[in-house]
Design a protein around this ligand. Structure first.
Ligand SMILES: *Cc1c(COP(=O)(O)O)cnc(C)c1O
Length: 402
């Protein structure tokens, strides 16, 4: 077989089918992990299979694809890439990050209880309290910086621990390994929202989590041009249950967005490297500025969870929050309006730098007293530091603070 030319053999030799990805380093996995060239023509990027259905030769006689809610080749390529970069075995892609969380919650039933991080993405909090509490699921929102707190809330009904780390917008770090040990001891599922860190920085499944969740809308997509979510697991039975929910509830992503997210994954490592470098430069500049009160960035040695961040993350990311002296609401608004390179916008994780004012934007619906309990004070600004030139970013902050 080796000696005569065969187009099909050449293709299969070019990229082995899903065999070697476990041995690859992360920067190779993002590009090749669990990927293969398209079997039809050898297309290097999986085509956008914009189809709802597939021809069958005889009833049930298809190539593994019968209907695109159930399976779609473009989505499958993305799901395989997710599984690979998170060191999982199974990936599932959804129409948004919240659709992915929604699928996890549907593993539960009325009477079950969930213990969740308190400094939580607002949309996740809304989904838990405004939708799933109504279906009889009980949530405990607690500080998890001291993981021992978790055990105080565990009872016979507890089924799931939901963790976000680093948290939004206070950049608190939660010890995933220690949380996983508690989950294992009490036979609970541990799900980690890995949106802020991405697998470039931390791989929760390796630290003992059962489910990793992503809003791929952010760093994974990386170009602020799509909304998409994902789950990754190791366990086959759990994957089957989640696949059942994905297909039964139907909150899948379309092939066009799957293609864009897959393209995003291929440059995740180079983008994240620059996000981390620029994040560090911005955090250090802000910390040295006389008008700045406090900078929240886990890379600082005096960050309360710096040691955990150092042990479970490869670097400290591009998200930086800070407050200014005097804690003035109007001054914070003026600051974000004066920015020229940082765009005032919701969301994060794109190539362009964004700035947000949580008190008037993402957290505006939370009463002042409540939001201040978790540190979201009037002058708090959250930056998603992009991959522009570091000097330009620093001078933009300088002129807006001046
Ligand atoms: C954006 C975000 C979500 C929700 O994802 P969507 O794609 O917007 O539905 C969940 N968790 C975190 C941490 C996020 O930043």
């Amino acid at each position: 077989m080796e000696t005569f030319f065969c187009f099909r053999c050449t293709i299969s030799r070019l990229k082995l089918e899903n065999n070697n990805y476990k041995k690859m380093k992360f920067n190779t996995k993002t590009i090749h992990g669990k990927q293969k060239y398209d079997p039809a023509y050898g297309a290097v990027m999986p085509p956008i299979y914009q189809t709802s259905t597939y021809a069958q030769s005889t009833p049930g006689g298809h190539k593994g694809f019968a209907y695109s809610r159930s399976h779609n080749p473009t989505r499958q390529a993305l799901e395989n890439a997710f599984a690979s970069i998170e060191n999982g075995a199974f990936g599932l892609a959804f129409g948004s990050g919240l659709a992915a969380i929604d699928a996890v919650m549907k593993l539960l039933k009325s009477g079950d209880e969930v213990i969740s991080t308190n400094d939580l993405y607002g949309g996740t909090y809304r989904l838990f309290t405004s939708i799933f509490e109504g279906f009889g699921i009980k949530f405990h929102f607690i500080g998890m910086q001291n993981v021992a707190n978790i055990e105080d809330y565990i009872n016979d009904n507890t089924k799931l621990i939901w963790v976000e780390t680093p948290t939004n917008p206070m950049m608190t770090i939660i010890d995933i390994k220690a949380t996983a040990a508690i989950a294992e001891k009490h036979k609970l599922l541990l799900a980690v929202d890995n949106t802020f860190a991405t697998p470039y920085l931390q791989q929760p499944l390796d630290l003992g989590a059962d489910i990793v969740m992503h809003s791929a809308t952010k760093y994974i997509g990386g170009h602020s041009d799509l909304v998409l979510g994902a789950l990754v697991v190791k366990d086959k039975e759990l994957a089957d249950q989640l696949y059942f929910i994905q297909n039964a509830s139907g909150a899948i992503c379309g092939p066009q967005d799957a293609f864009l997210a897959l393209r995003g994954i291929k440059t995740l490592h180079v983008r994240m490297q620059r996000h981390c470098e620029n994040g560090k430069a911005v955090a250090e500049y802000l910390a040295s500025h006389p008008k700045v009160e406090k900078v929240y960035w886990p890379g600082f040695e005096d960050h309360p969870n710096h040691d955990i961040a150092k042990s479970q993350m490869n670097d400290f990311g591009g998200m930086v929050s800070f407050t200014t002296k005097g804690n003035n609401y109007e001054e914070a608004i003026k600051f974000v309006e004066k920015l020229k390179i940082f765009t005032l916008a919701e969301s994060l994780g794109g190539v362009e730098s964004l700035a947000g004012h949580p008190a008037s934007m993402t957290h505006a619906s939370i009463p002042k007293k409540e939001r201040e309990k978790t540190g979201v004070v009037d002058s708090l600004i959250r930056l998603s530091v992009g991959i522009e030139d570091e000097e330009d970013l620093v001078s933009d902050l300088k002129q807006a603070l001046g």
